[in-house]
Ligand binder design. Structure first.
Ligand code: CUA
Length: 170
C-alpha cells in the first residue's frame, strides 16, 4: 500500500531566526563580493597574470631568455621585458628599463630562488613571482614619467630594498 500524495505530511524544517538571518547575510555578502570582482575586472581593468611558462630555477640564469634579462624590441613601440627577481642579494635584474611613450610592454618575470612580487605603481601591473613559473602581463604606457616597481611579497631581510624603475620617455 502506498500513501496517496494528498496525505503526505508537509515537510517542516525549523530554522532558528538568527540562523536564517546569518544564512541570508552570507548569501548577500557572496553576491556583493561577486559583483565587486566583476566591477573591478571590467571597469578598473584588473588583469590576472597568467602562468606563462614553466622554467627550471636551477638553470634559469644560464639558459633561455632569462640568462640575458632585459628589454627586447620586437617592433617599433612593442617590447618584451625579461626580469629576474633575485632573493640572494634582493634585487631585480635589470633594475631599470626605458621605453618611449606609447609603447606596449609585455613583462616576463620569474625567480631563481624564493617567492617575490612585482607591483608597478600607478598601474594595474601586479603579479606574484614564483620560482619555476614565468608570470606575464602586458600594458601600454602612454604617459611619460617614472614608474617604480616594488617587490610586495615578503621574501627575506632585504625585501624592502627590492625595487626598480620603468622610465617612459616623451
Ligand atoms: Cu623580493 Cu620581497
Amino acid at each position: 500500500m502506498t500513501t496517496p500524495p494528498s496525505q503526505t505530511p508537509e515537510p517542516s524544517v525549523h530554522i532558528d531566526p538568527y540562523e536564517r538571518g546569518w544564512i541570508i547575510a552570507a548569501i548577500v555578502m557572496l553576491v556583493v563580493f561577486a559583483l565587486a570582482v566583476a566591477v573591478a575586472s571590467y571597469s578598473l581593468g584588473i588583469q590576472l597574470p597568467s602562468p606563462e611558462a614553466r622554467v627550471d630555477p636551477n638553470t634559469i640564469s644560464s639558459t633561455g631568455p632569462f640568462a640575458n634579462p632585459g628589454l627586447r624590441e620586437l617592433a617599433p613601440g612593442r617590447y618584451e621585458a625579461y626580469i629576474l627577481a633575485i632573493g640572494q642579494g634582493w634585487y631585480f635584474n635589470p633594475r631599470e628599463i626605458t621605453v618611449p611613450a606609447g609603447s606596449e610592454v609585455t613583462f616576463y618575470i620569474t625567480s631563481p630562488d624564493v617567492q617575490h612580487g612585482f607591483k608597478l605603481e600607478g598601474t594595474n601591473v601586479n603579479m606574484m613571482i614564483v620560482p619555476g613559473q614565468v608570470s606575464s602581463l602586458t600594458r601600454r604606457f602612454d604617459e611619460p614619467g617614472e614608474y617604480n616597481w616594488v617587490c610586495h611579497e615578503y621574501c627575506g631581510t632585504g625585501h624592502a630594498a627590492m625595487y626598480g624603475t620603468l622610465i617612459v620617455t616623451p
